[in-house]
Write a protein that binds this ligand. Sequence first.
Ligand code: SAH
Ligand code: DHB
Ligand code: MG
Length: 220
Amino acid sequence: MNQELWTKVEEYFGPLVQEDKALKAAAKEGESAGLPAIAVSPNEGKLLLLMAQMIGARKILEVGTLAGYSTIWLARGLSEGGRLITLEYELKHAEVAKKNIARAGLNEVVDVRVGDATKTMSELLKEGAGPFDLIFLDANKDGYPTYFEWALKLSRKGTVIVADNVVRDGGVIDAASKDASIQGVRRFNELVAAEKRVSATAIQTVGSKGYDGFLVALVL
Ligand code: SAH
Ligand code: DHB
Ligand code: MG
């Protein structure tokens, strides 16, 4: 098993996933603007869309926008009249994302908010923006424990919380890791495991973006 094979298999499933022009453009624009190539894979993006559809999501919150690639997948899974709020710290990323979201025809559906998600999530709570039907955590990994606490406050019974990058090439099992991202993800996984208000699992993935995984939690 190797990266080359994982990428080929992901491409083999392309006809199933159907990444369209607007999504391809979003990925390309992000990279030409110098943003890191760390968006979700097409296959994971499609899964996010399907999850949103499966639960009939009308309100989605995304934490970590980058160039808006996952945002576009998620927003397309909203039911009629639904809205998505996406939170991004870097102004430059938010500007690239807004163009990509507009190109995908989702201007009226998506609200990009710039700032530290710890602050913007607390503002969402204050303004009564929740509860959200689906919350996708994908910003800085050392922030995941805090984002999980805020996500719970912005949830209701039945809310689905998805967190990206919980495996990190298997690095997640290294308790002695000096990597703040690994420690953040480990703490997050422990918090979810200990939290009686959620039921959760974690799925390991391989594909064009390497070996990683995502956690899915249902608020009980
Ligand atoms: N969800 C995107 C990828 C997000 S990458 C996709 O799959 O297409 C992580 C993003 O989180 C980066 O754009 C980064 O700038 C942002 N980020 C980092 N720290 C943050 C913070 N404190 N608050 C909000 N966003 C943050
Ligand atoms: C990183 C962040 C991500 O959201 C991702 O999907 C992959 C990598 C990172 O910070 O390295
Ligand atoms: Mg990610």
